[in-house]
Design a protein around this ligand. Structure first.
Ligand SMILES: [Zn+2]
Length: 301
C-alpha cells in the first residue's frame, strides 16, 4: 500500500466530484497562470492543477505516476479514442490512451514509465475530454487496465465502489457535502439552460433579455422542492431580477394564467415595479399545478 499524498488524493476526488462538468478555458483546470494555480479548496489542501493541457498525459513534476489524461479526438491528434457507454457522452466504456508521439517530445519516455507505474500500482487517473478548443468535460476517474503491444494504454472507468485498497482511502474522507454542492450546481446549470431555451432568453413578464439579469426561478421553491421538482422545467419561470424578486417574495403569483398582485403593493407603485393586472403567462398543465401551489402557499394575498 502506497502512501499517496493528500494533494493527489484530493485531486482525484475532485475529478470524481466534477464528473459531467464542462470547464471553459484553463482557469479551472490549471489556474489563471503559473503563479496562480487553482486555489486550495475543501478537497485539495493546497494550490494545484488538474492537468497541464500540454499533451494528453499529465505527470506532475517530481512524481512517478500520471495524475490525469486529456482525451482528444481531433483528426490531427488521434482521432476517435473514446468508446461511450451512452449517447449523452458522460460515461465512457473504454479509452484508448495514446502516449505522446511527437518526435520532439522528450518527455515521452517518462510519461510511458509513469503510465506503467499507474498500471502496476492500480492508481486511478482523472480523465478530461477535450470537446473543442478551450472546452473540456470531466469524465471522472479511469484506471489503466492494460498496455497493448502497439503502445496504447487501455483505460476503463474507475468506480469508487470497486474493491481495492486505493479505493478505500479515496472514500474514507470523501466529502459528501462537496459532492452535493457540485451536483446541485450541475442541476442548477441544466435547469437554467433549459429555461433560457424554452423562453428564448426573455423575461416572461417583460422584454428584458439581458441574460445576466434573467433568473431561472423555481415556482415551488428550491429548498422545499423534491429532487425531481428541482430539475423539472415545468416548475420554472424565466424572470428578470425585478420580477423574480416579486414572485419569490410572494408579492405576485398567478391564478390560472392570470397575475394576482399582493394587496401590500399599492396601485400607485405598479408602474414603478413594471407590473399590471392584465399580465398573463401561458402555462402547461404541469406548470399550472406548481403555480396553484405557489398561489396557495407563497402568495401574500
Ligand atoms: Zn421582467
Amino acid at each position: 500500500m502506497h502512501n499517496y499524498d493528500k494533494v493527489h488524493r484530493g485531486i482525484l476526488k475532485k475529478f470524481q466530484c466534477l464528473k459531467g462538468r464542462v470547464l471553459q478555458g484553463k482557469k479551472e483546470i490549471k489556474g489563471a497562470n503559473s503563479e496562480e494555480r487553482i486555489p486550495a479548496d475543501e478537497l485539495v489542501p493546497e494550490q494545484h492543477i488538474l492537468h497541464d493541457l500540454i499533451r494528453g498525459f499529465y505527470k506532475p513534476k517530481g512524481k512517478n505516476y500520471l495524475l490525469s489524461y486529456q482525451a482528444t479526438e481531433s483528426k490531427e491528434n488521434y482521432g476517435k479514442q473514446i468508446k461511450w457507454m451512452n449517447d449523452e457522452e458522460l460515461d465512457f466504456e473504454v479509452i484508448e490512451m495514446r502516449p505522446p508521439s511527437g518526435e520532439k517530445d522528450n518527455r515521452k519516455k517518462s510519461d510511458i514509465r509513469a503510465a506503467r507505474y499507474n498500471l502496476e500500482h492500480r492508481i486511478p487517473i482523472g480523465i478530461l475530454h477535450k470537446v473543442s478548443k478551450g472546452k473540456n468535460k470531466i469524465l471522472g476517474l479511469g484506471i489503466i487496465e492494460e498496455e497493448r503491444t502497439d503502445g496504447v494504454f487501455i483505460v476503463k472507468p474507475y468506480f469508487t465502489y470497486s474493491a481495492s485498497n486505493y479505493n478505500s482511502t479515496i472514500n474514507e474522507d470523501f466529502s459528501t457535502e462537496y459532492q452535493t454542492k457540485i451536483t446541485q450546481r450541475i442541476g442548477q446549470d441544466k435547469f437554467r439552460k433549459a429555461l433560457l431555451e424554452k423562453y428564448s432568453c426573455k423575461c416572461q413578464l417583460c422584454d428584458i433579455g439581458q441574460s445576466e439579469l434573467l433568473v431561472a426561478s423555481h415556482i415551488k421553491p428550491w429548498d422545499i422542492a423534491s429532487d425531481i421538482e428541482r430539475l423539472d422545467v415545468n416548475n420554472g419561470l424565466l424572470l428578470c431580477a425585478n420580477h423574480d424578486k416579486l414572485f419569490d417574495r410572494g408579492l405576485i403569483s398567478f391564478e390560472g394564467e392570470q397575475i394576482v398582485i399582493s394587496a401590500s403593493i399599492s396601485n400607485q407603485s405598479y408602474a414603478d415595479l413594471n407590473i399590471s393586472l392584465d399580465l398573463v403567462i401561458e402555462m402547461g398543465p404541469a406548470t399550472k399545478e406548481y403555480m396553484k401551489w405557489h398561489c396557495e402557499n407563497v402568495f401574500k394575498n
